[in-house]
Design a binder for this molecule. Structure first.
Ligand code: SAM
Length: 222
């Protein structure tokens, strides 16, 4: 194991176990999801000045006026994806790379898209330092998806848009699931869409949430 990875795993191990227990008490039932939260060192994906706060259930600033979502929100979205292992996942909004690191333990291959170059570069190097090898970070407008590697078994959108971008639905495999926040700029519904056939989709609302803006052609104007 790389020395930095070993160090990251040792740091805050007790706080991570407690976080996983709290998520379980709050209703996260998927044991694989709870285990991922126990293992991924969230502190290593936020600025060092915030390490001591990394295992509180709160969003934290990551620069560029963006945030890493609260662990309970990441857990609820991850559980809603219903991952069994081996899936190809498209994530829109790499941010810190935390959601991608969680997904890396639960699925096969993660394509994560970030529109802000500094965040994409920082997430890439943090993921490398943690030895996460099955996440590819691309720079671009995630509302257009990443057609080169479509279809995806799962799509997770981690910024709030007015509606589900059509490109993302078209890049979802039949039987696939998309989870993300859609609605008003101030508050969104957490939506799960399922592709039931080439032309058929179902949608359900899982709750209310507040995310930073999804900015791009299929989102809000910058
Ligand atoms: N998943 C992230 C994590 O684990 O830290 C949190 C994401 S943060 C709440 C939302 C991110 O979405 C920001 O980094 C923002 O720059 C990014 N974003 C917004 N619109 C985007 C777009 N069209 N394409 C790609 N990324 C976008």
């Amino acid at each position: 194991m790389q020395p930095e990875l070993a160090a990251a795993r040792g740091e805050y191990a007790h706080a991570r176990r407690r976080l996983s227990q709290r998520l379980s008490e709050a209703g996260i039932r998927d044991g694989r999801v709870l285990e991922a939260f126990e293992h991924v060192p969230r502190h290593r994906l936020v600025p060092e000045a915030l390490w001591a706060q990394a295992y509180k259930d709160t969003p934290l600033p990551i620069g560029e006026r963006q945030t890493i979502s609260a662990p309970s929100v990441v857990a609820a979205m991850t559980q809603a994806l219903q991952l069994r292992g081996g899936e190809s996942v498209l994530e829109i909004g790499t941010g810190s790379g935390y959601q991608a690191a969680i997904l890396s333990r639960l699925a096969g291959r993660i394509i994560s898209i970030e529109r802000i170059p500094r965040l994409a570069a920082r997430a890439r190097s943090a993921l490398d330092a943690l030895g996460v090898a099955n996440v590819i970070v691309y720079l671009g407008d995630g509302t257009q998806g990443w057609p080169q590697q479509a279809p995806y078994d799962r799509v997770v959108v981690t910024a709030g848009g007015p509606e589900i971008p059509a490109s993302l639905l078209s890049q979802l495999a039949v039987g696939g699931v998309l989870v993300g926040p859609f609605g008003q700029r101030e508050e969104q519904s957490l939506v799960r869409a399922r592709r039931t056939s080439e032309t058929g989709f179902t949608r359900e609302v899982l709750g209310r949430c507040q995310f930073v803006d999804l900015i791009g052609e299929g989102g809000w104007a910058a």
